[in-house]
Ligand binder design. Structure first.
Ligand code: ADP
Ligand code: 5GP
Length: 198
């Protein structure tokens, strides 16, 4: 079985979840890797759906036991990580894994999986646009939005470490660019759900 992974990284607010959500609906052979985190659930988030939620102590215990393929403290004091069990679960079903992961984790996973991985960086048109999108999304307090925008400046410098950059200005174009990249990478496996020509 050819074990493939697709890695999506971007500054928060760039449109990664929107694009990943579209692709998961479009291509049934893709499956989202649910990460573990020590942050608390936001809004309607459910354990096992958006994330596996753990306390900081539980997360650190899993680190000691070597249960993660990678993990990062993406925000101060908050862990996020990819569980080995999640990767195996998806590959055992014969699906292609989709990761939504921070830029450092994205670079690490690309290094780990090499030619089995396609790494995509979702780039916002500017930090100003990013700020507007985060305000419109309405899930973060003004202080958190400023923190995310500050962090975005550094995260944008990682773009050229990825296989491809997808600029998310016009959303339909970004969908189309991401679909094409996936079809090229996955080849015949992608025959179902094909709606763009290469
Ligand atoms: P991320 O997952 O990268 O944090 P989201 O997918 O949540 O980002 O997108 C942030 C906000 O921007 C959401 O409210 C989303 O609807 C909106 N958005 C995404 N892409 C675009 C776009 N191309 N143009 C305008 N708004 C967008
Ligand atoms: P949020 O708190 O907004 O859900 O996510 C914050 C950041 O953590 C996002 O950039 C997201 O991509 C990243 N992230 C989510 N899961 C993982 C993971 O398993 N590993 C790493 N390194 N980053 C992750």
């Amino acid at each position: 079985m050819d074990r493939k992974v697709i890695i999506f990284s971007a500054p928060s607010g760039a449109g990664k979840s929107t694009i990943v959500g579209h692709l998961l609906q479009k291509f049934p052979f893709l499956e989202f890797s649910v990460s573990a985190t020590s942050r608390s659930p936001r809004g309607r988030e459910q354990n096992g759906k958006e994330y596996y939620f753990y306390t900081k102590e539980e997360f650190e215990d899993k680190i000691r036991r070597g249960e993660f393929v990678e993990y990062e403290q993406v925000y101060e004091g908050m862990y996020y990580g990819t569980l080995r069990s999640e990767v195996e679960r998806i590959w055992n079903k014969g699906n292609v894994i989709v990761f939504d992961i921070d830029v450092k984790g994205g670079v690490n996973l690309k290094r780990l999986y090499g030619d089995h991985a396609l790494s995509l960086f979702i780039q916002p048109p500017s930090v100003e646009v990013l700020r507007e999108r985060l305000i419109c999304r309405g899930t973060d307090l003004p202080e958190a939005i400023e923190k995310r925008c500050l962090k975005a400046v550094e995260e944008l410098t990682y773009a050229d470490k990825f296989d491809r950059i997808i600029v998310n200005d016009d959303l339909e174009k970004a969908f189309c660019d991401a679909e094409k990249a996936i079809l090229q990478f996955c080849g015949p496996q992608a025959a179902t759900g094909l709606s763009v020509s290469l």
